[in-house]
Design a protein around this ligand. Structure first.
Ligand code: PLP
Ligand code: ZN
Length: 425
């Protein structure tokens, strides 16, 4: 066995077959720890580069191409995959000019099978659920986790149970959960409360929790960094910028970068910048206060994917910031929606939370923390179709508290040739 569960606080180890989400001695969150020296293949850049363009599963997936770093001893036949990852890295001068740097790359995780990066963690999480023999899986979700879980659970023939808050669910995400046959439970409580409830219900009924408190999720999400660095021919950018909600991605990025550095796939660590919405900024406050005395917040933002006030991966995210000399920034809903409009207008598009990477980079450049000459890799986390209400509301100037700076208003005309020609002339 080359992997075990390990407490990030007291280093206590548990076998991976144990269904636990916290350390039994100290309550700390758990990592999947791998012994990379015991894998049969030597882990080198060439091992992963030789699999590029693979036509067959599992190496055709942008997650399982890195199997030795994700879940080394799983049988290929057990893997539940939709060929995740293999997402584009865009270089877009208009967005670089907007944020104020010379070199900006955006990795579009909205190009995953269900439209968000969650698929990368769900393929590893559901694969482990299958190995454990689970028939029922569950999550609390602001939308994307549930869309992804419902899809992968359906593929694996499991029941996927979704705890949704009863307000502010983006329509695209809700539609997916229902379409993929998830058991959707609307609960009169916010995300943070639903997170607590799902853990309690799962314990009572023996259901497997697939939120990012589950360390197998984060193993899959590490591959955003593996794949990005491979696309960059293993040349490290100065900054990685990512939105922060439950802080699963930020935590996975830290672990991925550290492992790549330890193995020798990269020769230095980039700095991590985590960007939160002003109305859902518990990590930002904690960072600004020197990490003393954490206080959860009551979350409110138009970026519903990060509307989280008490992130479960807080300690892992702090660790990632320490490893990488990282920073935390906050951005207003106004800046988020304007940045989204820029990303949308170049023809790429993203959902509101994703635009934090662009808005946050701009703010960090303004504050002199990111320099114009620094190379920046931002992650776009979700697809433009996820939240049509926010997009249409912005361009219709119909969003409370937001004055759209980049409106693309709808034109309309009568069934009248002259009128239409006059309008477009
Ligand atoms: C889940 C999600 C986030 C937040 O990621 P965390 O890992 O919870 O910090 C950001 N953007 C989108 C689109 C998401 O789906
Ligand atoms: Zn512990």
């Amino acid at each position: 066995m080359s992997s075990s569960l390990q407490c990030i606080d007291c280093a206590q180890q548990y076998p991976v077959e144990r269904v636990i989400y916290a350390c039994e001695s100290c309550g700390g969150t758990l990592d999947v720890a791998h012994d990379f020296t015991s894998t049969p293949a030597k882990i080198t850049r060439a091992l992963f580069d030789d699999r590029l363009g693979a036509l067959d599963s599992p190496y055709s997936s942008g997650v399982w191409r890195f199997k030795e770093l994700v879940y080394p001893d799983i049988d290929d036949g057990q893997i539940v995959t939709r060929g995740e990852g293999n997402t584009n890295l865009y270089q877009l001068p208009r967005i670089a000019a907007y944020v104020g740097v010379d070199a900006l790359l955006l990795k579009h995780e909205g190009e995953n099978p269900t439209g968000s990066f969650k698929d990368r963690g769900m393929t590893s999480g559901v694969t482990h659920a299958r190995r454990l023999g689970m028939e029922r899986v569950a999550c609390a979700s602001t939308g994307n986790t549930s869309a992804s879980m419902a899809s992968y659970a359906a593929l694996a023939g499991m029941q996927g149970i979704i705890f949704l808050q009863n307000t502010a669910i983006a329509l695209g995400k809700l539609a997916q959960g229902i379409a993929y046959g998830g058991t959707c439970l609307q609960i009169n409580a916010d995300f943070d409360r639903n997170m607590t409830l799902v853990r309690q219900v799962a314990e009572r009924l023996g259901i497997y929790v697939l939120n990012s408190i589950n360390p197998f999720r984060l193993e899959g999400q590490k591959t955003i960094m593996f794949e990005a660095l491979q696309q960059l021919r293993w040349q490290v950018p100065d900054w990685i910028v990512v939105p922060g909600g439950n802080l699963g991605n930020s935590s996975a990025f830290g672990k991925a970068l550290l492992e790549m550095h330890q193995i020798g796939l990269i020769d230095r660590l980039p700095r991590l910048a985590i960007v939160q919405a002003e109305g859902a900024n518990p990590l930002y406050r904690h960072f600004a206060g020197g990490f003393r005395d954490f206080q959860p917040v009551k979350a409110e933002t138009i970026a519903t994917a990060i509307k989280i006030g008490d992130p479960v991966n807080l300690r892992k995210a702090i660790r990632a910031l320490e490893w990488t000399g990282g920073v935390v920034e906050q951005v207003s809903d106004q800046l988020i929606m304007d940045a989204k409009a820029i990303v949308d207008s170049v023809g790429i598009g993203c959902e509101p939370a994703s635009a934090c990477s662009v808005a946050g980079t701009r703010k960090l450049v303004e504050r002199g923390i990111i320099k114009r000459g620094d190379s920046v890799l931002g992650v776009l986390t979700g697809h433009v179709l996820k939240d049509p209400q926010a997009t249409i509301g912005y361009h219709a100037d119909d969003l409370p508290g937001i004055a759209p700076k980049l409106r693309n208003p709808m034109l309309s005309a009568e069934d009248d040739l002259e009128q239409i020609v006059a309008l477009l002339a």
